[in-house]
Ligand binder design. Structure first.
Ligand SMILES: Nc1ncnc2c1ncn2[C@@H]1O[C@H](COP(=O)(O)OP(=O)(O)OP(=O)(O)O)[C@@H](O)[C@H]1O
Ligand SMILES: [Mg+2]
Length: 233
């Protein structure tokens, strides 16, 4: 099976080698859990280490803001944009009908193999019926698969219920893989943890692993596990 390595320390071990090529990965977690950083690291490693072109679509934060923040980790995205290897854009998710064509064009323009949509939760604001949102995510996924991309969609979870995997309760069903990030108070500090909730067609770790965000970005500890007291409310 072809694997797409994230290059994120420890994460590929947890994933049994990396994402399965062509899969649609949903990365969920409440605000501040590290979704944008992890997704950016996947893209940056793709460009810098694996020589794969990429598209990053932000639906909320301005592209300039994300790019500036990622410089803190030493990830300079603009050099890759100038070289025609990366498209890093912000779209307002108000015109869903246009999104499919726009994203497909961007992917074709740079021949992208890695794609990030951050975050798809905003799409739901303009789609009233959850089954329509499910169809929209499915359609986006179908386009990405057709183009041979391996994609991360981020999505936000409510902070008060750790067993809820997405805002609208449909996002996780459309994805091939589901990775959940946690940020939980334990004693007097917050603890970060990550788990692979599902991974279609692959063996993977079922443990909850600690991870850190440092000046190098995300590091996952595949040989350590963390007990989270998952409380409701
Ligand atoms: N340079 C850094 N070094 C260490 N930790 C950092 C650094 N920059 C950001 N962080 C941590 O990462 C968190 C933000 O991560 P990120 O923006 O990826 O979260 P997110 O899940 O995308 O949040 P949101 O849902 O609001 O978009 C910050 O709250 C901070 O704790
Ligand atoms: Mg974010």
């Amino acid at each position: 099976m072809d694997r797409v390595r994230t290059g994120i320390p420890g994460l590929d071990d947890v994933l049994g080698g990396g994402f399965v090529k062509g899969s649609l990965v949903l990365l969920t977690g409440t605000t501040g859990t590290g979704k944008t950083i992890l997704a950016s690291q996947y893209i940056y490693n793709g460009l810098a280490r694996y020589k794969e072109n990429c598209v990053y679509v932000s639906f909320e934060e301005r592209a300039e803001d994300i790019k500036r923040n990622m410089l803190n980790f030493g990830w300079d995205f603009e050099q890759y944009e100038r070289a025609g290897k990366l498209i890093f854009v912000k779209y307002d998710p108000f015109h869903m009908e246009d999104i499919y064509g726009l994203i497909e064009n961007q992917i074709r323009n740079v021949g992208a193999k890695r794609v990030v949509l951050d975050s798809i939760t905003g799409l739901g604001l303009n789609i009233r019926d959850p089954s329509d949102l499910r169809a929209a995510i499915f359609n986006l996924g179908r386009i990405l698969k057709k183009l041979g991309c391996t994609a991360i969609f981020t999505s936000e979870t409510p902070s008060d219920n750790h067993m809820m995997l997405s805002r609208y309760g449909v996002e996780e069903y459309v994805a091939d893989d589901l990775i959940v990030l946690y940020y939980i108070p334990v004693g007097t500090e917050f603890r970060r943890a990550i788990t692979v909730w599902k991974m279609r067609g692959s063996e993977h770790s079922k443990k909850i692993h600690p991870f850190r965000i440092t000046e190098k970005g995300v590091t996952v500890y595949p040989h350590e596990e963390t007990a989270l007291k998952l409380e409701r409310g």
